[in-house]
Write a protein that binds this ligand. Sequence first.
Ligand code: NAD
Ligand code: TDX
Length: 336
Amino acid sequence: MTTTRILVTGGAGFIGSHYVRTLLGPQGPAGVQVTVLDKLTYAGNPANLDPVRAHPGFALVQADVCDAAVVDRLVAEHDQIVHFAAESHVDRSILGAAEFVRTNVSGTQVLLDAALRHHADGRGVFVHISTDEVYGSIPHGSWPETHPVSPNSPYAASKAAADLIALAYHRTHGLDVRVTRCSNNYGHHHFPEKLIPLFITRLMQGRTVPLYGDGLNVRDWLHIDDHVQGIELVRTKGRPGEVYNIGGGTELTNKELTSLLLEACGAGWESVEYVTDRKGHDRRYSVDCAKITQELGYRPRKDFATGLAETVSWYRENRHWWEPLQQRAELGAAAG
Ligand code: NAD
Ligand code: TDX
């Protein structure tokens, strides 16, 4: 049997680690080896990879995706790349954009240049994990992949730049680049700075939660199992040079979501503090998933009520995982 060697950047983070655990887990594809390249910033946690550490096909390299020498060596040793590594929190990008441009834009370019040296002429697959935030904000309806990008936050702009550079390497050099643009992920191992894990962990400690603005911003929620399903379809069956939206099919206002989280954690509305809105806060995201559904057979399987209940249970049972991270989650804490 042939072995496919996959380089997963950002594989110690929330989504990347779930991808790696799935690939090397009992339900994963046969004949796959995985190397994680991760800088282990405040968001990267090697403990997320403990379940696969003993797998003979697993390796972890602590390195920066901007380090051209390390990236070149690793890309040369692998057949495919799945690129998750990024600064991922919108609020941090508002406080300071430098790290976002460095990692998200320059890091992607360094990786693409290495792929060009070692994976040209149709060899190799480069899956670039982008985001629905590149499209901007949409009051009604949903974006198809053909909608022009119009990002608003520095985070979204850095992701849009990376997304377009990745596509440019396909159009210019013929590199097999495939881009995914997914909606808001949720699930276990989610760093407690993002809405769902922040609210769950604070409510479990009897603390208040900060709801931005009027709480009527809308997000589409995608369980990490379904996201991984979508990424695998794109990696194994997607077409070079194509963009695929991946959504979860559950749109909620932050107020509606907060209500569900309060109920799941046994708290009331007195635990909610309405706080000053995020600057430039996008009102609504909504991806049209017809392309990946019709072309690759994608269908989100995780019912939101079940997924949320499982997520809350996981945080209840894994305080040892998130309690040490809370200090690091405080905005302004030094990254790295
Ligand atoms: P995360 O912040 O949990 O993890 C990011 C990982 O990248 C961490 O392990 C971190 O150590 C690593 N990293 C950061 N800078 C690095 C660098 N310079 N070199 C090497 N590694 C570095 O993020 P996540 O939520 O798992 O998101 C993964 C990807 O998915 C990102 O590209 C993000 O933009 C995208 N995305 C996330 C969501 C979401 O809801 N979380 C939605 C859409 C798209
Ligand atoms: O304390 C909070 N209070 C609040 O009301 C936080 C952290 C967030 N919010 C709001 C802002 C958003 O409308 O909740 C919504 C979700 O916020 P985040 O969890 O920060 O996610 P979002 O800004 O939507 O971005 C996420 O989805 C797209 C990921 O962090 C990105 O990496 C991804 O690209």
